[in-house]
Design a protein around this ligand. Structure first.
Ligand code: SF4
Length: 67
């Protein structure tokens, strides 16, 4: 498991925004941990058309903390 720091994709509202089941997202956000091989789409409006794939420990300046 990877430890997710503030500002990283796993804690961003756009991580797996359109595809990942919300139950899995909630577990990742509450535990700040995710499987090391997890790769999900980024749903940021500026990136979604590119179908960018990110890991929970990736990041960018478009980070928005998940509620
Ligand atoms: S790439 Fe940026 S906008 Fe997309 S999930 Fe990661 S931090 Fe959020």
């Amino acid at each position: 498991m990877s430890e997710i720091q503030n500002g990283q994709c796993g804690l961003c509202t756009h991580f797996g925004e359109e595809e990942m089941p919300s139950e899995k997202l909630i577990t990742i956000r509450s535990s700040h941990q995710a499987p090391e091989n997890l790769v999900e789409t980024c749903g940021h409006p500026k990136l979604v058309a590119l179908h960018l794939m990110v890991t929970p420990i990736s990041g960018c300046s478009g980070f928005q903390a998940a509620a």
